[in-house]
Write a protein that binds this ligand. Structure first.
Ligand code: UDX
Ligand code: UDX
Length: 456
């Protein structure tokens, strides 16, 4: 089939490359000339495991092309729209300027029976407005507008695209449903269920799913706070809950609050939609408010770890992206955390394997380092803010030798209390009992380390 993907950003590029890999002929259109030129040279502007190879193979085999202008769009069996929908400044509504601009631009070029599919996350009713614009511009045509939301996680986007839990197709038109089903046929042969629903229902499924995931995370984060008060361990609580099939184990990791390009934006946009219609979404409103507060409050944990004051102290923050395996720092919990640490007078050193360039404009007062150990050099505390693989097995002996004080604040719960005890760190995690540093290190440590533990 001939597929056109408008918007070669995160979603458009991953989806376009995967459709090409299914055997379709895909043209990715993007108005950003630099991006298209780079893509044609095989340079991928985003960090996503596996994407470079996927784009390279499919381009070489002639199934994937990049262009700035939507020429040839009239031959496409399906035209997907995947341009960004940022939060509008001021009111939190999704900004649809790009979407409607694209629709007006392509309307005269589309075949009279074109199937236009929105992949971008758009507020409920956007499909209706796209259809209205198309009817206005092309009164005689019989185009169909379908909602087909994506559920890709950054860092695992290709896997998610190829192994979806479900494919949601929002349209009441049989021909449109058949065309979209055909685009996805390779997956649905693997039994990924296609959910045929109305267009507005499809638009709402995306927001409801993300709001629910946000709620699940926020729920366990509040339970983690309670665990700290009562002396329970949130990881065991989450496991005990998650083994109940009705609840499920996923998205029950307590941490510094959710970030990223979707969960924060989509919860806010859903709340606005509810307000517009006079409906109430009190749970989602609370989730958004609790999450915002939580991100700011993480600095307090660091202050507590250093006995009440961080003024003049050096803090090493490991991880700037909102999660591992991405270079994305949008709404990353590290940003309010570091801003608060700076405001409280701390010197912040930081290292992230992929996100330092993106973080720099938001965090100018940070000393950016080349490795986790370089960041930890002379630090009074190390804060693990993102659970990158390479932070999971740090050489604790080495860390203790180079740090000014043996203090680790683990906001992602990636270390075990017993290993921190053995390495003689003061260790604060999320929703788990603290480990105290002992000025007289355990016998095993005394033998191994040449120097005594740093004095507090
Ligand atoms: C996507 C979805 O569109 C969004 O709704 C969802 O919530 C998150 O994922 P994303 O792919 O991350 O957005 O956006 P971005 O990486 O900003 O890519 C958008 C691309 O569209 C950019 O490359 C931009 O140049 C391009 N674009 C934008 C156009 O080609 N034309 C336009 O008019 C506007
Ligand atoms: C999310 C949705 O998962 C995906 O379906 C949708 O299409 C886009 O938005 P993404 O933003 O890539 O994907 O990341 P996700 O893995 O959902 O994580 C979002 C945030 O929640 C991260 O900051 C992550 O650290 C946090 N999180 C996630 C937790 O704190 N605990 C968890 O258990 C899971």
């Amino acid at each position: 089939m001939q597929v056109t993907m408008i918007g070669a950003g995160y979603v458009g590029l991953v989806s376009g490359a995967c459709f090409a890999d299914f055997g379709h002929h895909v043209t990715c259109i993007d108005k950003d000339a630099g991006r298209i030129a780079a893509l044609r040279r095989g340079h991928i502007p985003i960090f996503e495991p596996g994407l470079v190879d996927l784009v390279e193979t499919n381009t070489r085999q002639g199934r994937l092309e990049f262009a700035m202008e939507p020429t040839g769009i009239g031959d496409a069996d399906a035209v997907f729209i995947a341009v960004g929908t940022p939060s509008r400044r001021g009111d939190g509504h999704a900004d649809l300027t790009y979407i409607y601009g694209v629709v007006r631009e392509i309307a005269p070029l589309l075949s009279p029976t074109a199937i236009v599919v929105t992949k971008s996350t758009v507020p409920i009713g956007t499909g209706d407005e796209i259809e209205r614009i198309l009817r206005e511009e092309r009164p005689d045509a019989e185009m169909q507008v379908v909602s087909n939301p994506e559920f890709l996680r950054e860092g695992a986007a290709i896997y998610d695209f190829k192994h979806p839990d479900r494919i949601v197709v929002g349209s009441d038109d049989a021909r449109a449903r058949a065309v979209v089903a055909e685009v996805y046929r390779p997956l649905y042969l693997n039994a990924a269920p296609i959910l045929n629903v109305s267009r507005r229902t499809a638009e709402l499924i995306k927001y409801a799913a993300n709001a629910f995931l946000a709620t699940k995370i926020t729920f366990i984060n509040e339970i983690a706070d309670l665990c700290e008060c009562v002396g329970a361990d949130v990881q065991d609580v989450a496991r005990g809950m998650g083994l109940d099939n009705r609840i499920g184990a996923k998205f029950l990791h307590a941490g510094p609050g959710f970030g990223g390009s979707c969960l924060p934006k989509d919860t806010t946009a859903l709340i606005k939609t509810a307000h517009d219609y006079g409906a109430q979404l009190r749970i989602v409103e609370t989730v958004a408010a609790v999450n915002d507060q939580r991100k700011r409050a993480m600095a307090r944990k660091v202050v507590a770890a250093l006995d009440g004051s961080i003024r003049g102290r050096t803090i090493a923050v490991l991880g700037l992206t909102f999660k591992p395996n991405t270079d994305d720092t949008r709404d990353s919990p590290s940003i309010p955390l570091i801003t608060a640490l700076n405001d409280l007078g701390a010197v912040v050193r930081s290292y992230d394997p992929a996100g330092m360039e993106q973080a720099k404009p938001h965090l100018p007062n940070v000393i950016y380092c080349d490795s986790a150990y370089a960041a930890a050099e002379g630090a009074d505390a190390v804060v693990i803010a993102t659970e990158w693989e390479q932070f999971r097995a740090l050489d604790l002996e080495r860390l203790r030798r180079i740090m000014a004080r043996p203090v680790i604040v683990d906001l992602r719960n990636i270390y075990r209390a017993d290993e921190m005890q053995r390495a003689n760190f003061r260790y604060l995690a999320v929703g788990r009992p603290d480990v105290e540093h002992s000025p007289t290190p355990p016998a095993a440590n005394r033998q191994k380390s040449k120097r005594p533990a740093a004095v507090e």
